[in-house]
Design a binder for this molecule. Structure first.
Ligand code: T3D
Length: 256
């Protein structure tokens, strides 16, 4: 048994945080294995990724038992463990779907929000737990959540520590879909498979463009769009998409 498990089904890689007895709290070892799994996700034949948790939790952030003897230098720990994980998700040029099966708290919430899409079980909860133990949001929590919810709502929520239900998270637009708990894995697999059939490089470049748009000027954004559109026209999937349209048939995208 490992702290992070991976499984392949066609072009879909599922990454499962696997410390169910503590709702998948993150230790240094879990982080190391998670970064390893995200490296595995870089393979060309992986075309969509699902991130989920084993048992009744998604991920409750830092394993607080590691703080028993004192926190040490947290900034170094964040740089060495959390930052590479978040950056690995954002730099993957393919969609990463968080299948939030239970509590997403602290850095586990940040991790879910670093993903490209979030779907949730109806039993999932979203807990900005940092403030409840006197910490500030980290692992990109302020970056992603202010963009997802707007700065006013993001501050109000993150500074309150209030536990949000899946239904509330859906109403706020934090998750795109809520399904019954026992349907979540199947729905995540179905959604990931749909993405795995799309022109993967086009999806990856779309992800890059939306990330860039957060802070770019219009001129800069137009320029990057032009560059990536040029790259997109050189893909096999562009050839296939146009051919299929002209031949009035469904396209068969290869991800190349
Ligand atoms: O550099 C750095 O490392 C700093 C980085 C910090 C980033 C952070 O993530 S700080 C935030 C850390 N996370 C938390 O503070 C969340 C703490 N957990 C909770 O508040 C609650 O567990 C939840 C509201 C998320 C869920 O509540 P509930 O009632 O569904 O479950 P529970 O009974 O509290 O938890 C179940 C078990 O998991 C329990 O163990 P037990 O009693 O059955 O032996 C509990 O102690 C354990 N657990 C839950 N969260 C953590 C944890 N163990 C270690 N670390 C945890 N974070």
């Amino acid at each position: 048994m490992t702290e992070v498990e991976t499984g392949r089904e066609g072009g879909v890689l599922t990454i499962t945080l696997n410390r169910p007895e503590v709702l998948n709290a993150l230790t240094r070892e879990t982080q190391k294995q998670l970064v390893g799994a995200l490296k595995e996700a870089r393979a060309n034949d992986v075309r969509a990724v699902v991130l989920t948790g084993a048992g009744r939790g998604f991920c409750v952030g830092q394993d607080l038992t590691e703080f028993r003897e004192g926190a040490g230098d947290i900034s170094d720990r964040l740089r060495a463990t959390y930052h590479p994980t978040v950056l690995a998700i954002r730099s993957l040029e393919k969609p990463v779907i968080a299948a939030v099966n239970g509590a997403a708290a602290g850095a586990g919430l940040s991790l879910a929000c670093a993903c490209d899409l979030r779907i949730a079980a109806d039993s999932a909860t979203f807990v900005p737990a940092f403030i409840n133990i006197g910490l500030v949001p980290d692992s990109g929590g302020t970056y992603f959540i202010s963009r997802l919810l707007g700065p006013a709502r993001a501050f109000e929520w993150m500074s309150s520590g209030r536990r949000l239900s899946a239904a509330e998270a859906h109403a706020w637009g934090l998750v795109s879909e809520v399904v019954e708990s026992d349907q979540l894995a199947a729905r995540a697999a179905e959604l990931a498979e749909t993405y795995a059939q799309l022109p993967t490089r086009g999806v990856g470049m779309t992800k890059r463009l939306f990330d860039h748009a957060q802070d770019a000027t219009l001129d800069e954004q137009l320029e990057l769009e032009a560059q990536l559109q040029s790259a997109a026209t050189k893909t096999e999937d562009f050839q296939e998409g146009v051919a299929a349209f002209l031949e009035k048939r469904d396209p068969r995208f290869s991800g190349r």
